[in-house]
Design a protein. Structure first.
Length: 93
């Protein structure tokens, strides 16, 4: 695995992280910073926990697995010209 890969549950393999997914996670980080909260996880019950902002929680969130239907994955294709973004917009990766 490289820093720019995400585990794909449907293929059971690492894939290139789509730009749209990077932007999604970056937007979550921005909202967390805006409100001073972050999302963490309590493994024994499977629930999310909202707690004071912690960059470690963002790192955990960044490691999310991808499990999207093929139709949605097409929208996330890193080679899709509609999915281009300025790398400066992506500060989470």
């Amino acid at each position: 695995m490289t820093d720019n890969q995400t585990w794909d549950e449907s293929t059971n393999d690492f894939v290139e992280t789509p730009n749209k997914l990077k932007r999604f996670l970056n937007d979550i980080d921005r909202l967390c910073k805006k409100y001073g909260y972050s999302i963490s996880h309590e493994d024994t019950h499977g629930a999310f926990i909202v707690e004071p902002y912690d960059s470690g929680n963002i790192e955990w969130l960044k490691d999310a697995h991808m499990n999207l239907p093929k139709q949605v994955k097409k929208d996330l294709d890193p080679l899709d010209p509609w999915d281009e973004c300025d790398a400066t917009e992506i500060d989470i990766y």
